[in-house]
Ligand binder design. Structure first.
Ligand code: ATP
Ligand code: MG
Length: 381
């Protein structure tokens, strides 16, 4: 069966915004999409051809869902991998493959993977008990990261000195040396069923000062050719060594001396690739579909310089979402809001994003500020 046959079924584990944008790309290929998610109000609820309610971490829910599709993919990596392994053994095409998800799902295993495969990454030690931190004081200041279930800045914290020990996580974690970061960048790689690979040009991430969330992203990243080549080579190396089929977003640090270190990877479409919907010849979502369906990969070339602004819930507002100022930003050339369809807002919740296109960097930066100052997600009674 080919993906273009009428009875072909693509399953997505997760019905959030990434699944939603994957469906948008899938519509162009006339694919039949089934989505599994534990939230009855998930952003994909009314967009999937079939929406199944079920917990992504539940073996039976994932297994039964997987039995009904031809190709199964994910939009979030916190899923039941045992069920995926059984499905794979029984002939369901699961991309990214379960072994890749298992490696990435646990940050401890992920970091060990980089280390054992000679991929450059910051020094770290595994922490099984809080007392272990005391034994590694030389690592401080450091970042402590939970092994499992860290997401969107939760599960990662900075420990400056032993005085911070009282706030340390007690679950299995890792302690990673703080890197002197000049720039945070991300490279999205695609590897298809046949093993062909392609990379999107690096993007540069600018972070919110309080939360560990991207505030805006600049694409392509302003880097010298040598650093770009190095970043691409490392990202490709991670994808090849994992043997992943699908998209892999590789987050990296560039140090002041130009060294490039892998921070972490995500085996799926990524927040750092949203601009590609408008700014590149092929979007990351279309590329993911091409990769997992065994189709030729598309050109990742940049059509125009772009920025992406995350639309976060305003501080002090919780409840039914209201998008203040949206009509004003719609009047600016090259500004495209994407709302994720989340009913209620709360401080810092990712409610959407805005893509901004302008080939003039100074103009682009002006528009970023304009969008950030104008568009606010607040709540209404
Ligand atoms: N070793 C380090 N040195 C310096 N900064 C770091 C280090 N590790 C993490 N950070 C900072 O903390 C942020 C979050 O860390 P990381 O990407 O590991 O966690 P996360 O919660 O999985 O992130 P995401 O927001 O991508 O889900 C990084 O983007 C970076 O700004
Ligand atoms: Mg990260």
């Amino acid at each position: 069966m080919t993906p273009f046959d009428h009875n072909f079924r693509l399953g997505i584990l997760g019905g959030g915004q990434l699944g939603r944008m994957l469906i948008q790309a899938a519509v162009d290929y006339n694919l039949f999409i089934k989505v599994l998610d534990g939230d009855p109000d998930a952003p994909c609820k009314f967009l999937a051809h079939e929406f199944v309610l079920g917990k992504l971490t539940d073996f039976e829910a994932v297994y039964q869902f997987g039995k009904t599709v031809d190709v199964l993919t994910i939009e979030i990596e916190h899923v039941n991998v045992d069920a995926l392994e059984k499905l794979e053994a029984e002939g369901v095409k699961v991309y990214p493959q379960p072994h890749v998800i298992r490696t990435i799902q646990d940050k401890r295993v992920q970091k060990q993977f980089y280390q054992s495969h000679g991929l450059p990454t910051a020094d770290f030690v595994l922490i099984d008990h809080m007392e272990d931190i005391g034994k590694h004081q030389a690592f401080l200041p450091a970042f402590q990261k939970l092994g499992m279930m860290g997401y969107d800045g939760r599960g990662v914290q900075r420990l400056r000195s032993m005085a911070d020990l009282s706030k340390a996580f007690t679950e299995p974690s890792l302690l990673e040396k703080a890197v002197d970061v000049a720039k945070e960048i991300s490279v999205i790689v695609a590897r298809n069923v046949q093993g062909d690979v392609s990379v999107f040009p690096p993007v540069e991430l600018v972070f919110h000062p309080e939360k560990n969330l991207v505030e805006y992203l600049l694409a392509p990243a302003q880097l010298d050719q040598l650093t770009i080549a190095r970043a691409n080579e490392i990202a490709l190396g991670v994808a090849q060594k994992l043997g992943i089929v699908g998209l892999l977003a590789v987050e990296m640090f560039v140090t002041p001396s130009g060294e490039v270190l892998v921070n972490e990877s995500a085996p799926r479409p990524h927040n750092s690739g949203h601009h590609t919907i408008r700014a590149n010849f092929t979007s990351q979502f279309e590329q993911h579909l091409r990769a997992i369906l065994g189709l030729p990969l598309g050109s990742t070339d940049t059509q125009t310089m772009a920025a992406m602004v995350n639309l976060l819930g305003e501080e002090g507002y919780s409840g039914k979402a209201h998008y203040q100022g949206i009509n004003d930003i719609l009047q600016i050339k090259g500004v495209y809001p994407h709302l994720y369809g989340k009913k209620s807002t709360k401080p810092f919740r990712k409610m959407g994003h805005v893509t901004i296109l302008d080939n003039d960097l100074a103009e682009l930066k002006k528009k970023i500020i304009q969008v950030q100052e104008t568009l606010k997600v607040i709540s209404i009674k």
